[in-house]
Ligand binder design. Structure first.
Ligand SMILES: Cc1cc2nc3c(=O)[nH]c(=O)nc-3n(C[C@H](O)[C@H](O)[C@H](O)COP(=O)(O)O)c2cc1C
Length: 708
């Protein structure tokens, strides 16, 4: 008897032009910065794609590949397709992807005003109109290290001679490079090409009034602006014939871009692209040049871009590919309701390449969740290889294979935060007998509490916990690990993952009634504790009622919801510490109508946050009128708020009813030192060793457990 799969639409085969895909899941194009020297593909890079093909996607789309390489490349380490010398490496890639049952298309691109390789090599940027702003908005809110990581490559460019308006012969030549690249792609064994006509790259720059100010046949009326795209599609079709997939990726809108592409423009472009021979339309979005514009493209809200795909689908007859944080349930529903024909998934496949295979096996709960922290794409900004905060094996597939242990041992993990749980998970997968001891009654450590302010962290905690249970890890919750307990366990290896300590600042008033440390907030959540003494009687009654009568203390999702209506925090909140924790907390508070001031001693906010997430969070805070103070030190806490001092030694008062401390996190070596030489083999990982937040914790757990 065959059972109906849980995702009948998502897992059913589908057709794009001449291609028959085994399911409706497309791997979204994702720049990885893994191209080797001179645009060649590397073994590491191939494994990255092969892993995702093996995981079951119907179609792999490569990242942007430069048709006119090295000209027009958006990244210094980008793949090229401008010459036959690139064909053999790519042929090996396509053969290996095909061997896993997936099809593969290549995304063809000329990056126009964001051709960072041109800048790096000292060439001017090719643009439709010389008036455009190059590299708009990408230098805001960066740390000095990030700024230097970005600009050190571009020192060869003369700022006065940075842009080159394309003339007719150049435009014709570039159309030819797209068509030639497509023909090479075909020879290299690809099944299709996707012309990148979005995201601020050259074709988009022609489509958009914002960047196309031309008065010749390539500018002005809509048909003229779409001419470059249509001629590219026609020329490609001419070169490759009908039995090869050809389509394009468009922006459904340019959000917050003056004179940018509207939804109507996008629909009309899609129709023209269809008429020019496109087998499908892939609908994304682009945003204003400032930092937040990035989140218009790599979205935070699930399904945020589906309405654009739906609108295009109503206008064209060819299949439409939707994208933008589309998780399986949403994908299934969108396909069932005919809102799109295929879904592209990006970050979720970095977090778990096996998503399609797991769905097909009926194991949705095993899919490792993406926490949308932008760590992946933040790498590209600073010219580093892509990585994933929750999946250390991403782009390191060659290093991170999980091999069975030579000898099974008893491993005791102390601390059930992400570091301890990941170590326990991988150790168990390798065949060790694993016991995990956690002081709290629940797993997750700091991430358990941080899900209150950043909900996706909770998904990771729940996933890790689920995996530990499936793997039969012995979980001893509500148990404090003492040296005696460790000794008595008889474990052959001990992993100390007890997290960090939070220190109170050494300034007057730090123990004041309106000052809450990170630990105090945790206590309030977990049951009141000492911190509850600082609350008024009415507040105490509310907190206790919530915890004892409603039992919400252990349910961050409910606390999160209820806190929108009430929480024991005053109207004016000062947050001391503008790092990752402080900004997450600030976002949570402004969303609950608190007036927030963030006080940060350093010169930049949240260097631990990936750049696009930092941009997004700061944008939200600014929109809500939060005051963001840099290079400001705390002088004292008083009943009226926080006395602060600026670099010029001037002092003032930040008025606040409640002061939250989000700084002073230091590694906690306590248990490791107490264990001394008593245990056979002791390893310290995660924040207990070095404060590294979720990404550092998961990586440390994964690395250690692979060698236990
Ligand atoms: C690391 C990274 C690199 C990306 N590079 C590209 C790219 O090369 N070409 C492109 O069209 N989109 C690129 N994108 C956008 C994705 O294709 C996709 O549209 C976006 O991530 C939203 O989908 P998701 O929510 O499933 O990740 C990139 C996204 C990420 C996260």
């Amino acid at each position: 008897m065959t059972t109906r799969p849980d995702y009948p639409h998502l897992l059913s085969p589908g057709r794009i032009g001449p291609l028959e895909l085994r399911n409706r899941i497309v791997m979204a194009p994702m720049g990885s910065f893994m191209g080797g020297e001179d645009g060649h593909i590397t073994e590491r890079h191939k494994r990255f794609y092969v892993e995702r093909a093996r995981g079951g996607v119907g179609l792999v789309t490569t990242e942007v590949v430069a048709v006119d390489y090295p000209r027009g490349a958006a990244m210094i380490h980008q793949l090229g397709l401008s010459d036959d010398r690139f064909v053999p490496g790519l042929r090996d890639l396509t053969d290996r992807v095909h061997a896993e049952g997936a099809l593969i298309s290549v995304q063809l691109q000329h990056a126009g005003k964001v051709s960072t390789k041109d800048l790096a090599d000292g060439r001017p940027l090719s643009v439709p109109s010389a008036g455009v702003q190059a590299m708009e908005g990408v230098m805001e809110d960066l740390t000095p290290e990030e700024t230097s990581a970005i600009v050190r490559h571009y020192t060869k460019v003369d700022p006065g001679n940075m842009l080159r308006e394309l003339d007719e012969p150049e435009i014709r030549r570039i159309i030819g490079t797209f068509a030639d690249a497509a023909e090479r792609a075909r020879r290299a064994g690809f099944d299709a090409v996707e012309v990148h006509a979005g995201h601020g790259y050259l074709v988009n720059e022609f489509l958009s009034r914002h960047t196309n100010k031309r008065t010749d046949d390539w500018g002005g009326p809509f048909e003229n602006r779409a001419r470059l795209l249509c001629e590219i599609l026609r020329e490609i079709r001419h070169q490759v014939g009908d039995d090869f997939g050809v389509w394009c990726r468009l922006d459904g809108e340019e959000k917050d871009v003056p004179d940018g592409i509207t939804r109507e423009d996008a629909i009309a472009t899609a129709c023209l692209a269809e008429a020019a021979g496109a087998d499908a339309i892939h609908v994304s979005r682009y945003g204003g040049g400032s930092g937040i514009g990035f989140a218009a493209m790599i979205v935070h809200e699930a399904g945020e871009l589906l309405p654009y795909a739906e609108a295009v689908k109503r206008a064209v007859d060819v299949p439409v590919i939707a994208v933008g944080r589309i998780l399986p349930e949403l994908a299934e529903e969108a396909l069932a309701r005919g809102r799109c024909d295929f879904v592209a998934m990006g970050r979720q496949l970095l977090a778990d390449p096996e998503l399609p295979a797991k769905l097909a096996r009926g194991r949705r709960q095993d899919v490792r969740p993406c926490i949308h922290c932008y760590t992946c794409v933040g790498q590209i900004f600073v010219n580093e290889v892509v990585k994933c905060a929750v999946n250390p094996a991403c782009a390191r597939e060659h290093e991170f294979a999980i091999e069975p242990a030579k000898q099974s041992r008893h491993v005791l993990v102390v601390g059930g935060g992400p570091a301890g749980m990941e170590a326990a998970r991988v150790a168990a997968l390798r065949g060790h007998r694993v016991t995990l001891v956690e002081k709290q009654k629940h797993l997750g450590g700091t991430a358990f509490f941080s899900q209150l302010v950043y909900e996706p962290n909770g998904e990771l905690v729940r996933w890790l916990e689920g995996q530990l249970r499936v793997l039969g890890v012995e979980l001893r919750l509500g148990t404090e690990a003492t040296p005696a307990l460790v000794q008595a366990s008889g474990a052959e290896a001990v992993v100390v993952a007890t997290g960090a300590r939070r220190e109170l600042p050494d300034v007057p008033g730090a123990d004041g009634p309106n000052v809450f440390s990170g630990d105090a907030l945790r206590e309030l959540l977990a049951g009141g504790g000492e911190a509850a003494r600082k609350l008024s009687l009415a507040q105490r009654v509310m907190v206790r009622a919530g915890q004892t009568l409603l039992g919400i203390g252990d349910d961050p999702a409910r606390v999160r919801e209820l806190s929108k209506r009430w929480m024991p925090i005053g109207r004016r909140v000062a947050i001391v510490g503008g790092g990752l924790v402080g900004l997450e907390l600030a976002e949570f508070m402004v969303e609950r109508q608190r007036h927030v001031t963030v006080i940060e001693e350093g010169a930049c906010f949240a260097p631990q946050m990936a750049i696009p997430r930092r941009w997004r969070t700061l944008h939200i805070l600014r929109e809500h009128g939060a005051e963001l103070l840099l290079e400001t030190r705390v002088v004292a806490f008083t009943e009226r708020g926080v006395e602060v001092g600026a670099v010029d030694d001037s002092e003032c008062l930040v008025e606040a009813d409640t002061i939250l401390l989000a700084a002073g996190v230091v590694p906690d070596h306590g248990l490791a030192e107490a264990l001394g030489s008593s245990a056979a083999e002791v390893h310290v990982i995660g924040d207990a060793d070095r404060v590294g937040y979720i990404e550092g914790a998961v990586l440390a757990g994964a690395q250690l457990a692979r060698v236990l």
